[in-house]
Every structure is written in C-alpha cells, then in structure tokens.
Design a protein around this ligand. Structure first.
Ligand code: PRX
Length: 675
C-alpha cells in the first residue's frame, strides 16, 4: 500500500470516478446472473417499493411455512409484524427442508480448523451434509430440552468458529429458544453484562478455540463470568454446556455439562417447533452511544425471508451449480448470523466456516482455502483487505483463485485503493465487488450492488436492496439534493428490521425512531451520514453518533470511557476515533490521571490491559494520551471535535505521548467551533 498520502488522495479521486460495468456471467465462470441488467434490477426494485406486500409474499412462498400468514404486513410505526399469524421454523428451512427434498447428502457446511501439519495442510477439515447437520442439531435440541430449555429461554453461545457453533444456533432456533451469541474475543465482564441483561439460563461454550497458533481460553472466561455474576448477586445461569475442541485443561464446576457426553446419550428425533412468525429468533448485543450494549431483537419469519432473499440476489446463489460460498466473519457478529448461517443454508449452497487467523500459518491461508474448496463467492471486510495488501501481493499470486465469481465487502466504508486491490489481486480484474451496507439492526443488506446488474464505483455501496426505501434526508425529513450530505434513513418497513431493544422500549424509540419524522410518522434512522451522487449511488460517510467503527466492528466510545474510568488511576476519560491504516478507525483515549498516578508507559500498558479485560481486545485503545484536564466548552461539553483532530495529528501538540498535555490554549481557540 502506498504511504504517500498525496498520491493516495489523487488515486482515490480517480478511482471514485471510475465506473465498472458488471461482467457477463460467463466472464467470471458463472452459469447465469439471477438479475442480468440494471433495468431488470430497477423494475424489480420499483415493484418491491410500489407493492411490498406482494413482493415479500412471493419471496416467503419460496420457503416452508407450517401455517401460512394471515397478512403480510401490519405496520404501526415503529412496530412491524411481518407474516402475522404464520408459523414457521428457521432451522427447518435451513436444514430439514433440504433433507426432505432429497438433498440430505449435499454438503451444508465445509469447515477448516486452524492447525496445520508440517506441510502446511490443514489438520481438521470437515464436510457436513444436511442429513448430518439435521442429526447433530436434533440431538443438541434434545440436550437443551433435557436441561429445561424451552421456547423463549435465552441461550448464550460463546464459542469459537467450529461447526458446533452453527449447530448450537440452529438447535436453539429449532426449539424456539432465542440465542445470544457473544463474540469469542469478548471478556468475562462483557459476557456477564450480556448474560445478566438477557437473564440467560444457559451458556454453551468450548474449552477453547485456536487463534494464530494459540488457544483462546473460552471456558475459563465463562468460569470468571459466572463468578463475577455470583458476587454481584445476579447469576441466572443454570447450566454451562462445554464442547471439547482444544483439549486444554479446564475446570469442571457444578453447573458444567460435557457437550460430547450429552450428545452421545441424546436422541436424534426432535421435530421443529411450529413458531409464530414474530416469536424471537435471537438477540444480538451491539454497541450504541451509551456505555451499555443493547440487545437487538430479531424474529423468525421476516428475518428468515429477508436474509434468504438478500443472500440469493446479492451473491447470486444458485443451488446445484457447484457453488461454494465463504464469508470470513465470525458468527459472533450479525454478518455471521445472516450470511454464514441463516441466509445461506436455505439457499442450498455450501457455506464455509474457518476457525482461525487469516495469516496462519502464512498470509496465503485464505487464498489457499479458496483454491482448496473452489470457493465461488467470497465475502470479507475492508480491514482484512487492507491487511492482505500489507502482507504482500505474493500471497494471492501464489494461488489460482480462478473459482471466484463474486467478491463482497461489509462492515465499513471501503477505501478505493483497497477496492481496486481486491478486484485486481483477488478478483482477477473481472469479478464484481458487492459493497454491502447494512447493520445489526437491519438484519440483512440494505444497500448493495447486484453482481450481474449494478455498475459499481470504488467506495460506493450503490443502490438499495429490494424493498428498501432508503434516502438521505435532513432533520426535517427532506431529501437532500445530489452530493449533499445528510442522514441515512429507511422510510418504509422491511422484513429484516429489528423489532426492538431487549428490555428497553425507550432506547429503541430514542435511538432509531426519534430523529426524523416524515408527515408526522417516525422513520428509521440508521445513525450514519450519507450522500447520493448524481447517478443515485449511495456513499456512506460514517457514524454520526458516538460510535466508531474499528476493523468493521462497532464500538461505543462511552463503553471504552466507562472501562477506563473504572480503573483506579483514571479520573476522567474521553475516547474518539482516529485514522488507522489497517483498522480504518483506531481508538484514541485522552485520560486524566488520578492524584498520585503519573503518566508513564507502564500506566498506558496497564490501562490497555484493563480495557481488554473489561470489554475485549478489540476495545484496547491504539493511543492513550494523558491530560491534566479534558478540553471543555464553557457549558462543560468535552470538545470531541478538537480531540479528534489532535488524535488525527492535525494539531501541533507533539509531545511525547506519556507527558501531560495542557489543552487550555487550543481549547480556547477551538471553543467557538465546538459549541
Ligand atoms: O456505519 C455503518 C458501518 O457499520 C455499521 C453497522 O455495524 P454493525 O451493526 O456492527 O454491522 C456490521 C456488519 C453489517 C453501519 O451503521 N457499515 C456497515 N457496512 C458498511 C458500513 N459503512 C460503509 N459501507 C458499508 N458497506
């Protein structure tokens, strides 16, 4: 990657003006595109907006329902009911439906564990058929039932990327127990907060998980969380089910049950529960503007239909075409929920899961996997692409990559240089790139190109997905003219939309439905700034709240601030985003030390460690600077804009990072600008 910011800037402008027409299907080795031209997309899109009920009914009919819905949509803003009165089961549609239509022996999941042998070949590769998946999921569902878990009981899942993680999610879906998956990189304290908020009766975990040659001690973290919960007098967990993956030493406590033993005893006969379309499918915690993560609620019917359909069209998924789909996300995030498991399995295209680090044992691991499994659709994050660029072109160059048909990105805006590198070095200069914009709350893609239909421009997520009435507006709800920044909103309900914030109705309303009203009706506000260009392409300009996007993961600045001030050495802290070459946005913390504590490198290390323990490694600040006082306006507001520009190196305060800073002079200069 070029480090010359001037030449990068010029290059970036050039790329932003380039338009890449979608290739013919044959040019990338695909048999056909499901949507073949922009005109075809436009006509389907227009129909989905003009008559959403018939559009979504047609989509829902492609899936299995025990009882058909009474009405497609009941909309009483901000509350939507999709396919009301209908009963279905997401697990049935992912697994049983394929078995019953004669595809039980087709491969559902291809999994690679991280460890490799002396020749660099993976030691653990599993290809799991729909029939085998059905057996495993049914057995686990019976294990859950035997522990008293039933409809409505929240099950926490804290596992590495092993197939058993998907089995656990699907087993919960099978019996109507909402799951709450926690990313394996989160700490014991983060587990505690989420388990307590959800009053979760059960945790499913692993002894450990492999990451860059080391074992992540997942079960130890769960043990610590249980002990924190006991001490706090709020310990709702009755059972911890632990899958043995790494054979590391773990302690067995009174709540613990061994997955492997329980599964041996369990029956493989467990019919799917007939669940109401609006019963909760899962909770997924995500960061917001306050210190407390919120549990986003998704329900069965709408989420199932939405992820199924967006998977199909965005990635051009066609069964029986020898396609193999790989999304490199972790199931601990929404991308893994929607585009490894729930959207992909109903499309009957094998989904790849990988356990470990992208550069283990070398930077060629991903590309070797693409060749080994003949991956046709590949979906990753811009932060990963920037890391690949840094590791060197020789890694992809050492592989064929000729199976690839469609490339995708997700999680953050992609810089045009990374987009071009992805296209040229991974996509052989021909594969279309789908830059998918969406959120935990939207359930699935809301703005994205379609690979055979949409002309693309590096850095733009282009056009709305079917049924998404997206717009860029001002706070009065008026659409902004071309190339004018505004708020990203969605004006009509869509099936994959969140149904609430667990246990906090007011936060649901305040966060998403209070900023913009149109004709007196609240509209969904995503929390992102955006603009549309003269061709109608959307460009996401980043978060407008106190959330930063670190390596494509959402992080609330207040969460990190709360973690910092919970350390004895910190009186006050302010956290802002700063540009970071690989992560996109890094975390910068300005900290006022408590009396008796000196700014030092040791203290910086201790604070980073502390934040890691409170939240997880992804929240560790990239930069910590000490200040006698934080710069504030006369009304007491922290001058975040000033801190952002200092963190970005735009202000001339260039002391050694450990010395105390005196913001009084710059703060005076900046006050007018901030208030
Ligand atoms: O700011 C947007 C950014 O990620 C946020 C959503 O984060 P999360 O709920 O964790 O989900 C990430 C995976 C869907 C959005 O509000 N974001 C996501 N995708 C893009 C993006 N920003 C620009 N372009 C994208 N393609």
């Amino acid at each position: 990657m070029s480090t010359d910011s001037t030449s990068q800037g010029i290059e970036s402008t050039l790329h932003e003006n380039r338009v890449f027409q979608p290739p013919k299907a044959g040019e990338v080795g695909a048999s056909r595109w499901l949507v073949e031209s922009f005109a075809e997309y436009k006509s389907m899109y227009d129909q989905s907006i003009a008559d959403p009920e018939s559009f979504w009914a047609t989509a829902a009919e492609e899936l299995h329902w025990f009882k058909k819905w009474d009405g497609v949509l009941e909309w009483n803003a901000p509350d939507a009911k999709w396919f009301g009165g209908g009963t279905t089961n997401v697990c049935y549609n992912c697994v049983d439906r394929q078995v019953e239509s004669g595809h039980g022996d087709d491969v559902a999941i291809i999994w690679e564990g991280e460890p490799v042998d002396g020749s660099g070949a993976p030691v653990d590769v599993r290809r799991i058929t729909y029939k085998e998946l059905q057996t495993e999921v049914s057995k686990l569902a019976n294990v859950l039932k035997s522990k008293g878990i039933g409809k409505g009981d929240v099950v926490t899942i804290y596992m590495g990327m092993v197939p058993e993680l998907a089995v656990a999610m699907l087993a919960c879906a099978r019996i109507g127990a909402p799951h709450s998956v926690i990313f394996g990189g989160f700490s014991a304290q983060a587990i505690t907060d989420r388990v307590q908020d959800a009053s979760s009766k059960m945790i499913i975990t692993c002894d450990g998980s492999w990451r860059r040659g080391k074992v992540v001690p997942l079960k130890d973290n769960v043990d610590e969380a249980i002990s924190i919960m006991k001490d706090s007098g709020n310990q709702p967990v009755e059972h911890v089910l632990c899958y043995g993956r790494c054979h590391n030493d773990i302690k067995w406590g009174e709540l613990d049950r061994c997955w492997n033993e329980e599964m041996e005893k369990a029956s493989a006969d467990c019919p799917c529960e007939q669940l109401d379309s609006e019963d909760m499918l899962f909770l997924l915690y995500t960061s917001g503007s306050t210190g407390k993560p919120k549990g986003i609620v998704h329900t069965n019917g709408g989420y199932m239909v939405y992820t199924y359909l967006t998977s199909k069209y965005t990635f051009n998924l066609i069964p029986d075409e020898k396609q193999v789909y790989w999304c490199t996300a972790d199931c601990g995030w929404i991308t893994g929920h929607s585009y490894i498991v729930y959207g992909i399995l109903p499309n009957r295209v094998p989904t790849v899961m990988y356990e470990g680090g992208p550069d283990y044992p070398s930077g060629a691991r991903f590309w070797q996997m693409v060749d080994r499994h003949k991956v046709t659709q590949f979906y990753t994050a811009p932060t990963a692409i920037r890391a690949f660029m840094k590791w060197g072109d020789e890694h992809p160059a050492s592989c064929k990559l000729d199976s690839l048909q469609v490339l995708g990105t997700v999680g953050e805006p992609i810089n045009p240089e990374a987009w071009m590198w992805y296209r040229n070095h991974i996509g052989r200069g021909v594969c279309p790139i789908v830059d998918t914009y969406w959120q935990t709350e939207t359930g699935g893609h809301v703005i994205t190109p379609l690979p055979g239909a949409t002309p693309t421009t590096p850095g733009s997520c282009t056009h709305p997905a079917f049924g998404i009435d997206a717009a860029v507006v001002n706070t009065d709800g008026e659409e902004q003219p071309a190339n004018t920044g505004g708020l990203m909103v969605i004006r009509k309900p869509w099936p994959g939309m969140l149904r609430g914030v667990h246990g906090d109705r007011q936060r649901f309303i305040d966060t998403y439905w209070s900023t913009v009203k149109i004709n007196g009706q609240p509209v969904y506000t995503a929390g992102d700034g955006a603009r549309r260009d003269e061709h109608g392409n959307f460009w996401i300009m980043g978060r407008i709240d106190d959330v930063i996007n670190v390596s494509g993961h959402r992080m609330g600045t207040m969460e990190v601030e709360s973690a910092l001030v919970s350390h004895e050495s910190v009186v006050e802290a302010a956290v802002v985003g700063m540009p970071h070459e690989i992560k996109g946005t890094g975390i910068a913390a300005f900290v006022t030390p408590a009396p008796g504590f000196e700014a030092s490198d040791e203290l910086i290390a201790a604070l980073r460690e502390h934040v890691g323990n409170e939240i997880g490694a992804i929240a560790k600040p990239d930069m910590i600077r000490f200040t006698a006082a934080l710069p504030k306006t006369r009304s007491g507001k922290i001058m975040r804009r000033l801190l952002r520009s200092i963190a970005a190196g735009e202000h001339e305060i260039t002391q050694d990072i450990t010395t105390l800073e005196d913001f009084s002079v710059v703060a005076k200069l900046a006050e007018k600008d901030e208030s």
